[in-house]
Design a protein. Structure first.
Length: 227
């Protein structure tokens, strides 16, 4: 092979090599762009599915009006601001109006907050409803699931939404720092009036697979914030 042909051959090899490198660079840029787009879409989706709560900084009085009577609460907005803000936002949006106490367990607790309980045709799904977002658990040392406290219902860590329960007895085993460690529920307030109503609800006749669904519907008619 002559020098001219050898030079042409080497130039062609360099050309092919550069073309391949440019192709790899282009592919790399495209892949990076696609990954970046997926990351942006992921965080946009996470933001839409999560709930950024307004922060409340002082205790709040709330009245839950039910077909059994009124229950007055003091919510610990100074200790559990996100949980209380979530509850207040739902209350002000009339989310709880018409919701039933779907789970009553004597000598344990009474539970409500599931919007699905407004529809009797969804009875098999009662207990699974949420507002479309989850909030983080706010555990506070010294704040315990004692008789008369209101606590968040959940299906695991950081899965609270709209459902809550009021303790009929001391249930410290539900605290974040007590055994067993599998079931933790964040307390965010306490009953300050109408504990007799809470106890009356706790004594109603129940039925259903778990034996905890009230036979006679007990309905929340309104939740008034600041009263």
């Amino acid at each position: 092979m002559g020098k001219l042909e050898e030079k042409k051959s080497n130039n062609y090899k360099v050309f092919i090599k550069n073309k391949k490198m440019n192709g790899l660079k282009q592919n790399h840029i495209i892949i990076l762009a696609l990954v970046s787009l997926l990351i942006v879409l992921y965080f946009m989706s996470s933001k839409n599915n999560s709930k950024e709560e307004p922060v409340v900084v002082s205790p709040i009085n709330v009245t839950i009006q039910t077909t059994k009577g009124d229950i007055g609460l003091l919510l610990y907005a100074d200790k559990t601001p996100k949980t209380v803000a979530n509850f207040i936002e739902l209350a002000n949006a009339d989310y709880y109006d018409g919701v039933k106490f779907h789970r009553v367990m004597k000598d344990f607790m009474i539970q409500s907050g599931d919007y699905k309980t407004k529809d009797d045709s969804l009875m098999d799904e009662w207990g699974s409803g949420d507002p479309g977002w989850k909030i983080e658990d706010e555990f506070v040392e010294g704040v315990s699931n004692m008789r008369g406290t209101i606590s968040m219902a959940n299906s695991g860590p950081n899965t609270g939404g709209s459902q809550w329960f009021i303790n009929l007895v001391d249930n410290q085993f539900l605290d974040f720092d007590r055994q067993p460690l599998g079931s933790k529920h964040a307390v965010f307030g306490k009953v300050i009036s109408g504990m007799d109503v809470v106890d009356a609800i706790g004594e109603v006749e129940t039925e259903g697979p778990e034996g905890s669904r009230p036979v006679e519907p007990i309905v929340i008619t309104d939740v008034i914030v600041g009263k």
